[in-house]
Write a protein that binds this ligand. Structure first.
Ligand SMILES: *Cc1c(COP(=O)(O)O)cnc(C)c1O
Length: 238
């Protein structure tokens, strides 16, 4: 699909949400002195119908993110022929690892070794390693998953040893801050942590509908966008 010209138009004047978001990502990247192609759009489809996902795929979107295994599996099965990539971004329960290891291409929300080891052992040998990001709890929120920043390096080292996984980078979601500067500072902390983890990491998964431009300014390579692409969710997601 050709999306070039849209990127140069006034993003907010574009009629469709997909074109508008693609253009806003490109604008944010250029404003940060970055190549727009260095930012991947992950369409977060939790709470959205199979038809809505199919429609976005028809516009050229390839990567989709889901938070709940039970909700995701029928979507993945129904759309299997489209060759989409599926990213698990929700809280990962140990009793759901086999489904995730079997049906997903990526996990963004790895936050403990026990779950990582299960995913690695359960990854079917016929598939490439499961691509993984470690989730970091950026603002010490008790309600959220993710490892504390001080524990990232140790978990990263352990995950690198697991043959069924390939560690790609870090994921984070800042607490809701009234001040954009505080959100941006949280993104900056994640970037610094990722750089400290080693040069083999190429993925910084950060930024959602409300703050992706700030995340791109701080180096996001993957932005996870739901409501700004699809509209409101059918049921509360997180
Ligand atoms: C729901 C969710 C998103 C998308 O949030 P929007 O505000 O709808 O863009 C991104 N990341 C994670 C981890 C989520 O749970």
């Amino acid at each position: 699909m050709h999306i070039g010209p849209a990127s140069d138009a006034e993003p907010d004047l574009l009629p469709d949400p997909f074109g508008r978001i693609v253009a806003r990502i490109a604008t944010a990247a250029r404003e940060a002195g970055r190549d727009p192609a260095s930012v991947t759009l992950l369409a977060v489809s939790k709470g959205q119908s199979i038809d809505a996902i199919r429609a976005l795929a028809a516009q050229g979107q390839r990567a989709f993110g889901e938070n709940y295994v039970q909700e995701a599996l029928p979507k993945i099965a129904a759309l299997a022929r489209l060759g989409l990539s599926w990213h698990f971004i929700g809280r990962l329960q140990a009793n759901k690892t086999r489904e995730v290891a079997t049906h997903f291409d990526w996990v963004h929300s790895l936050d403990r070794l026990r779950v990582a080891a299960r995913l690695s052992a359960q990854r079917p040998p016929t598939l490439p390693p499961l691509q993984c990001c470690i989730e970091v709890n950026l603002d010490a929120e008790a309600s959220k998953g993710g490892v504390e920043p001080a524990a990232v390096a140790e978990l990263a080292a352990a995950v690198r040893e697991l043959p069924g996984l390939r560690l790609r980078g870090l994921m984070g979601m800042p607490a809701p801050h009234a001040d954009p500067a505080a959100t941006r500072a949280a993104f900056a902390r994640l970037r610094v942590l990722c750089e400290a983890c080693g040069p083999d990491l190429d993925t910084l998964s950060m930024g959602t509908s409300g703050d992706f431009a700030l995340a791109i300014a701080e180096g996001a390579s993957c932005v996870r966008i739901g409501t700004a692409l699809f509209g409101p969710r059918a049921r509360p997601g997180r």
